[in-house]
Design a protein around this ligand. Structure first.
Ligand SMILES: CC(C)(COP(=O)(O)OP(=O)(O)OC[C@H]1O[C@@H](n2cnc3c(N)ncnc32)[C@H](O)[C@@H]1OP(=O)(O)O)[C@@H](O)C(=O)NCCC(=O)NCCS
Length: 192
């Protein structure tokens, strides 16, 4: 195997966070080293983002949201408050983390101790909606377009509306039952 080309994350590792001039970073938010925040993103007060993260175009990170190291938050994802992501989480484009189970206009919301937690290494596909106060397990995979209404076990593959467990995936994202050679073949085809 030849050497892999270093990604952007590698070249920025250890350097101060970089924020695009059109992004809005509120006072009191914290960004770790090597983290990049792209155009039109908004990082609210007391949000904490770890090292070597990528925050895409138009992403919204609400007050007090906590994001671990090496997370990828893709374009237009909405991370509303009472949310905690562990390290190495992938959030696809257009994902919405909700926080208010009974929303009404013009009232002060008491979210109490509601908190959605996403375990290390989890991946959330494009346009997924996650209802409030749920636990998404380590290395789970949520299929594109799903609506998550209940907790997701570690390493589970869930999909659909509402999302249901459909299998088990390894840390490489493939079904644990799939032959390794088959997984390698698919990866090779996709990268060529
Ligand atoms: C779910 C996913 C991981 C594939 O899992 P898989 O188990 O390998 O799925 P397969 O491709 O073998 O398809 C199995 C079945 O699930 C269905 N399926 C696949 N993806 C689905 C999805 N997102 N929602 C609902 N059904 C889905 C397939 O149509 C197929 O149905 P069938 O058995 O009735 O024909 C993939 O489809 C997916 O959603 N990846 C996320 C992509 C994404 O959002 N990337 C973000 C960066 S752009």
């Amino acid at each position: 195997m030849g050497k892999t080309k270093p990604g952007l994350t590698d070249t920025r590792r250890g350097k101060a966070a970089w924020v695009h001039p059109t992004a809005v970073r509120h006072p009191g938010s914290r960004l770790g080293k090597g983290t990049r925040v792209w155009a039109y993103a908004e990082i609210r007060e007391r949000a904490v983002i770890g090292n070597d993260c990528m925050v895409g175009n138009g992403v919204y990170v609400d007050t007090g949201v906590r994001i671990g190291d090496r997370c990828n938050i893709h374009n237009k994802a909405l991370l509303y408050r009472n949310l905690c992501l562990e390290d190495d989480v992938f959030v696809g484009p257009g994902v919405c983390f909700t926080n208010d189970p009974r929303p009404r206009a013009n009232r002060i919301r008491d979210l109490g101790r509601n908190c959605t937690q996403v375990g290390r290494g989890a991946s959330i596909g494009a346009n997924v909606t996650i209802l409030p106060d749920l636990k998404l397990g380590r290395y789970c995979m949520v299929a594109a377009g799903s609506v998550v209404t209940s907790d997701v076990p570690d390493y589970a593959l869930v999909r659909g509306v509402p999302a249901r467990v459909r299998g088990k995936v390894g840390q490489d994202g493939f079904a644990v039952t799939a032959k390794k050679s088959e997984a390698k073949r698919i990866l090779k085809r996709r990268s060529s």
